[in-house]
Design a protein around this ligand. Sequence first.
Ligand code: ADQ
Length: 714
Amino acid sequence: MARLIVVSNRLPVTVTVSQGNPTVRPSMGGLATGLRGHFERSEGLWVGWPGDLSRLGPEAREAVLAELTQLRTLPVELTAQEVRSYYEDFSNGVLWPLFHYLLDRVPLHSKGWDAYTRVNAKFADVVVANYRPGDMIWVQDYQLLLLPELLRQRLPNARIGFFLHIPFAASEVFRMLPWREQVLKGMLGADLIGFHTPSYARNFASAVVRLLGHEPNFDEVTLEGRTVRFRAYPMGIDAAAFAGPGEPLEAGFHLEEGERLVLGVDRLDYTKGIRRRLFACERVLQRRPDLRGKLRIVQIAVPSRETVGAYEAFRGRVEQTVGAINGRWSTLGGPAIYYLYRSFSQAQLISLYRAASVMLVTPLRDGMNLVAKEFAGARIDGDGVLVLSEFAGAAEEMPEALQVNPFDIDGMATAIEQGLDMPEVERRARMAALHARVAQFDVHRWAEKFLGELEEPDGAPVPLAPLLTTETALAEARAADRVVMFLDYDGTLVKIAPRPELAMPDAELMTLLGDLSKRSDSPVHVVSGRPRAELERWFGALPIGLHAEHGMYSRIEGDWIARGTVPEDLRARVKATLERVASCTPGSHVEVKAVGLAWHYRLTEPEHGAHQARQLRLHLREVLTGTPLEVLAGDKVVEVRLRGMHKGLVLRGLLRPGDLALAIGDDRTDEDLFSSLPEDAVTVRVGRGSSLARYYLPDVAAVRALLRALANRG
Ligand code: ADQ
């Protein structure tokens, strides 16, 4: 079993100081419970912020650090300023409201990004310093979105997982974030990215294609030769604990005969929908005189993020709402709403959950919401009604709850009434299903599933080729009689342009090819998917080999030769198909070559373009079966060419014993060339990525620099 390194904003410990003596206690959250098994068995490490230790004297501090080491927790200490900027301003001030779709809470001037990047780097330092090859790293949540990529840069072979506990917003909303690309790239440093629900995973995929242009394939995306998987792992609770014994509630708490408990339990957070929920309860009192005096409405709110301004103000508004409603509906017999601003132990919560007739979990937006699951998990008696917001991640797994729109106060009031009026048979039928599911998919299963899939990826990772240095290339060249060069054009000799006609050869390239072609020991061949006419127009005057339309045509000396012909009627039909797709995909166009046809979609709205390309490929593959044409997926292009044509065909007769072949290319069509060359050829992919090539070069500039060195070699 691989050792597990968990990284979360907070360490799962609480440091308290009484009379100058510090104590460190493990704090039991759902995450720590779920991970405990793997953490203990693998003798894992946990990296995170231990809270503020600055007020400890030197001795107390030593004692705390020693205890943390004992618990195998590694503290990332943060200054007060860092906590303010990274945690309060950016994580909770900007990311939290945006990811929860509460756009009016995103500040006018977003603060804290710089600190956010710095603190993520600080976490990376601690992880890297303690990492051992073979470890699995699991990064948690929105405070550390940049960490996977920071780790990937320094630990290229590490297994890195990431889990987001909050929603991943629809890309329409996510892309409002000024640092959206950095955030996506940060997450994509992981091998496996987990979300609570399939819809968050879909939102993520959509952001990746729209903002970064990488097209995901089902639930994974390949970048720079690495495959990143993103999937839903709905988090569960410690079901066994919630099915266990509760604890007597405070003295004096008991429900009168005929009195029913309507319960809400939340962190005091503006995402939880507390005020709208209270208004819905008031609406019930208004509409149902028969229920007045018979409901015990209890709202428990755990203090949370009290140092963040928005939370302080929000608390004020909640308390004002409670006061206003109580002013109208309380009697001398008791308040309409019992509002308790404090934390309860797990055992007390269990007793409360069991006493409730109706549980109200109505967040405006929630990644998952574990309170809903805890309620169902606690109901071993099989009774109780859950009213659940359809905007909580938990809703996707809890269809038997009474689902409500938390923005619709009347609708919520109706659901509360329905819950109170529901016949026992129906209550039990619904709860049986809810309870069974919560018991089965618990937090242990969640952690095991994620870690299992992180530990054993579906396929072995493809090792990446090393960089081709000028020294290596020159040494190989000097050892050979001649260097025969096979150079792709787009993406290799010139940068990819928005439209093919914009990628013209420039003066530097012409001089470079001219200089190379003057050497009798360096024959040059340009091997491209471009049509003959273009290559002829650009390079016709140079004494170099030209190969057009992926090997369909070659001009080595003198005239062009063709390697096949294509039935015109079939070609006309394909052309009509491509033109039809182009007409309904703004920004795309059809390129007509002598034989081949290509539909380019680089300038389309990325998601629509990728979707159309997928549809088109499927359609063409089907209709072209058994014909002399085949379909080829390129970089933002779908091509149709003569079946069996490929760049490797151009090689015949061009290499002599003692020659060194040098082939450079950037896309899938160049792989045919690489695979057709002798084993000792120097094959080079432009850009990192999985390839048959022995080496890589980062970009067009590096290719040109290499060719320049070869042209000048002595
Ligand atoms: P939270 O926003 O904190 O978590 P939630 O999932 O409901 O929301 O978890 C709250 C936890 O706090 C529960 O375990 C609950 O028992 C406890 N709690 C709530 N009120 C309490 C009280 N009065 N006293 C004591 N304990 C109380 C974030 C995301 C969620 C996601 C979780 C886990 O916002 O959407 O479900 O992480 O991924």
